[in-house]
Design a binder for this molecule. Structure first.
Ligand code: PLP
Length: 250
């Protein structure tokens, strides 16, 4: 955070991923926002890997804005609509430089066709056009399940699930891998990023054939994310067993 001390007054906008897509590191968004605001910077977070993963309190943390996709942890399916958060202190302003579309116009006068844009007094002011209804339906179905389960309970299970996976990986595969995700649960979400000491080029195909779904960032980092909504402790156990078989060449 020392960069603020040296450069804070030159920075207009702090824009980073709340959870890094590669390492899985979760940043202290509350502290970053507080510090950045001290120097007059606006703060926005890319929450592609944070939404549905962490317990976010964007309003309370004072974050200026955030955006995320609906197809990762939120399970909306490919092409699902994205989400946006705008802090209420920025709502209703007509002088914000913004990419404006007719769907963001105040609903009561939208069809009066005046030549001046009147923003909806909510984050909807940033909508450009009609949302895709069928994709919204699958996203809504998922969000209802999130709502029923509760993000606090999901996060509690997630911390245990990922810690269990970490424990198994460290005890079973320590000669083959290094975990590059932070060790502290406060500094990560579901994901563990596993660096392979001896990368295998087609490892993803082999994992998929054996029933394990994860991702490889070339050349050597596997991203594995047990999610609390539908993954079990047994899934973690099976994954480590499968990975061990592959890395041992059997
Ligand atoms: C960190 C991060 N930001 C943004 C995106 C892309 O989001 P969208 O598909 O909504 O453009 C991704 C997708 O993988 C991502 O990992």
């Amino acid at each position: 955070m020392d960069c603020f001390h040296h450069h804070g007054h030159e920075i207009a906008l702090v824009l980073i991923g709340g959870v890094n897509y590669y390492t899985g590191q979760a940043f202290d968004m509350k502290a970053i926002t507080k510090k950045a605001h001290k120097y007059g910077c606006l703060v926005g977070f890319d929450l592609a890997h944070g939404a549905g993963n962490l317990h976010l309190k964007l309003h309370d943390w004072g974050v200026d804005f955030a955006a995320w996709c609906g197809y990762k942890y939120l399970n909306g399916g490919p092409g699902a609509p994205s989400g946006v958060f705008i802090h209420e202190r920025h709502l209703g302003k007509s002088d914000i430089p913004r990419f404006e579309g007719w769907w963001g116009h105040d609903k009561s006068t939208r069809f009066q066709m005046h030549d001046k844009f009147v923003p909806t007094a909510t984050a909807e002011a940033w909508q450009l056009s009609n949302p895709p209804i069928f994709s919204m339906a699958s996203l809504l179905a998922s969000l209802e399940i999130f709502h029923e389960a509760g993000i606090e309970s999901l996060r509690k299970k997630s911390e245990k699930l990922t810690s269990y996976l970490e424990l198994l990986l460290k005890s079973e595969l320590k000669d083959h891998i290094t975990i590059i995700t932070p060790v502290s649960v406060r500094n990560r979400g579901c994901q563990l990023s596993i660096r392979l000491k001896n990368p295998i080029s087609n490892i993803i195909d082999i994992l998929h054939k054996k029933g394990a779904v994860c991702d490889l960032r070339d050349p050597d980092v596997l991203r594995v994310a047990p999610v609390p909504l539908y993954n079990s402790f047994d899934d973690c156990h099976q994954f480590v067993h499968i990975l061990k078989e592959i890395l041992n060449g059997s």
